[in-house]
Design a protein around this ligand. Structure first.
Ligand SMILES: *[C@@H]1O[C@H](CO)[C@@H](O)[C@H](O)[C@H]1NC(C)=O
Ligand SMILES: *[C@@H]1O[C@H](CO)[C@@H](O)[C@H](O)[C@H]1NC(C)=O
Ligand SMILES: [Ca+2]
Length: 578
């Protein structure tokens, strides 16, 4: 049973979402007055199944998570984007609550999405690599790792509360059949296991498949064209129709639904359909944003049309910061923040975030709660009247008290890159234990995670350790992380006094999951038989990954030997063959 204070919280919270009880159901209500509200609607469902009629049975709210890909904090009008081209999202914010201090759990797609759906840091779920120190990793086609069966995903848990779940768009938690979204709680899927990279030659590498449920219905650049020259693709329109259709069907069936709308038009190569191309002041990236904004407007409009807006919780955010490597043509804006995707500076991890639930979340609110993408897991369970799993560490907070009562909860934000805790924020203070952007090798080849931004000793191209004397920034006065506090100041000591115990506690209790994303591990590579073939895509990928890291870890040593054996890397002469 939940502790009494939590149940009490739920009683107050749940007074709202339920439609008025009438007729035969009312009898049950008296008996249930003393019952934990968390289980209230489930009992009523049981009663209604026993013949009390579906219409009178209260339903928990629908949950709609709008997850953008590589959209930055600064990309929406409401966040100050100067072109002001997102009227629908701006209105959503005006009708709901804006979270300016909302964070993802990792600056890259796959781990961030794993964190949302498990409520756990990727270091716990295994969505990281030990190929190198502080390396980001995702699920390229060659990898056979994915979301472990032992992880409990949000849609699996929501099933207990009668929800039907659909994911539209990018999954990114593994390619192999055992990682299919329908094996992890989703009832429906339309989309792809990966980014829309390509086109590939279909010999060494096929184009990325697109699925409807279990069936592969085509591939990007083939049945689902993306014109790289003009930027034209109809995918956002297709994803929009999938969402509208699902919402209508669930509403007609009187079933609570969870829709995870994980679209990807703002991930390079960015795209838009013809009516939106060329319409933005910001170029092609802006065209993609405009089409998304228009689609969000249509989704919210449908909820109102069907009279389910007050029974549908909607949250808008992004999986990681804008990809400045693709900017300005194919990347977005991180507003005043430093660097972008792939980094643990604010630009890589702070996300646009809007909560919307008319009649429940008061309009025009700004919450300074430090929020996390992992909170969407815990908050969604709370909306469904469910408790988070107790047999594992959960990092997400229930944000309902914040959204409904304006409550603020002191909580840290952990910034990981792969296996390494890079930084921690508590309150206004952020301490960096490691700084790194990318390697000099990569940087000299033109890969820049922080174009136009060089903060000496901060945006470093070698991995710099600061665990003894962290670099500390006050994010209120210095959101751009440009002026580290003087280590001689009392403010610095005070900040560390707040942060150090939180870090110690976190690290002492941490049990890392088995790493799933080691690209150079033969056991997890798809074409391990071919690993000895020079030029095999996975070997090339593996070796490039190694080249890009500065680490000297044992794992990397083994991976390096594998690459050397495959003839792609001569030991002791890094970079010679690449
Ligand atoms: C998008 O759809 C329109 C209308 O059906 C069609 O004319 C166009 O060729 C499609 N574009 C792509 C890139 O698929
Ligand atoms: C950034 O500035 C520092 C100090 O001026 C300099 O040493 C470093 O090379 C610069 N980094 C880049 C990537 O230009
Ligand atoms: Ca992304």
């Amino acid at each position: 049973m939940a502790p009494p204070h939590r149940q009490a919280g739920r009683v107050a919270r749940f007074a709202g979402p339920f439609p008025p009880l009438r007729g035969s159901v009312a009898l049950g209500v008296v008996a249930m007055a003393a019952v934990a509200a968390a289980t209230r609607w489930r009992l009523l469902l049981v009663l209604s199944a026993a013949g009390l009629g579906v219409t009178g049975a209260p339903q928990p709210p629908n949950i709609l998570l709008l997850l953008m890909d590589d959209m930055g904090w600064g990309d929406l009008g409401v966040y100050g984007e100067p072109s002001r081209e997102t009227p629908n999202l701006d209105r959503m914010a005006a009708e709901g609550m804006l979270f300016p201090n909302f964070y993802t759990a990792n600056p890259l797609c796959s781990p961030s999405r794993a964190a949302l759906l498990t409520g756990r840091l990727p270091i716990r779920s295994g969505f990281y690599t030990t190929n190198g120190h502080a390396r980001n990793a995702y699920t390229p086609q060659e990898i056979v790792g994915g979301i472990p069966d032992s992880e409990l995903l949000l849609p699996e848990l929501l099933k207990e509360a009668g929800y039907t779940s659909k994911i539209v768009g990018k999954w990114h938690l593994g390619h192999r059949p055992q990682f299919h979204p329908l094996k992890h709680g989703f009832d429906e899927w339309f989309g792809s296991p990966n980014c829309h990279f390509g086109p590939y030659d279909n010999k060494a590498r096929p184009n990325i498949p697109v699925y409807r449920d279990w069936e592969m219905v085509g591939r990007f650049y083939e049945e689902f064209p993306i014109n790289l020259k003009t930027g034209e693709a109809n995918l956002t329109q297709i994803y929009l129709q999938e969402a509208l259709d699902f919402i209508k069907r669930q509403q007609a069936a009187h079933r609570p639904f969870f829709l995870h709308w994980a679209i990807d038009a703002t991930h390079a190569p960015v795209y838009a359909s013809r009516p939106f191309l060329g319409t933005s002041q910001r170029g092609r990236y802006g065209d993609a944003v405009r089409e998304i904004d228009d689609s969000v407007g249509k989704i919210l409009h449908l909820l109102r049309d069907l009279s389910i807006a007050e029974n549908t919780f909607v949250f808008f955010t992004s999986d990681n910061g804008a990809a400045l490597i693709s900017a300005p043509r194919q990347g977005g804006s991180n507003g005043p923040f430093l660097c972008g995707k792939q980094t643990t500076f604010e630009g890589g991890m702070r996300e646009p975030a809007i909560a919307w639930w008319p009649g429940h979340i008061p309009a025009s609110q700004v919450s300074h709660q430090l929020g996390s993408i992992m909170d969407l897991f815990t908050t969604s369970l709370s909306l469904a009247g469910l408790e988070p799993p107790r047999d594992r560490a959960i990092d997400g907070l229930d944000l309902l008290p914040t959204m409904l009562q304006g409550r603020l909860t002191d909580r840290p934000v952990f910034y990981y890159r792969g296996n390494t805790l890079m930084a921690v924020t508590r309150g206004q203070y952020k301490a960096h234990f490691w700084t790194w952007t990318n390697s000099w090798e990569e940087f000299r080849q033109g890969v820049d995670f922080c174009p136009g931004q060089n903060v000496s000793g901060v945006t470093t191209h070698s991995q710099e350790e600061h665990t003894k004397l962290p670099l500390v920034f006050h994010l209120g006065r210095d959101p751009g992380e440009r002026f580290p506090l003087s280590i001689a100041s009392t403010e610095y000591l005070d900040a560390l006094r707040q942060i150090t115990p939180v870090v110690r506690q976190h690290q002492e209790a941490l049990v890392p999951g088995q790493p799933q994303l080691n690209v150079c591990n033969r056991a997890v590579m798809a074409d391990s038989q071919q690993l000895h073939h020079r030029g095999s895509p996975s070997v090339l990928f593996c070796c490039r990954e190694i080249m890009a890291t500065q680490s000297k870890s044992a794992h990397e040593g083994a991976a390096r030997r594998a690459c050397a054996e495959a003839g792609q890397l001569s030991l002791g002469h890094r970079g010679r063959h690449l």
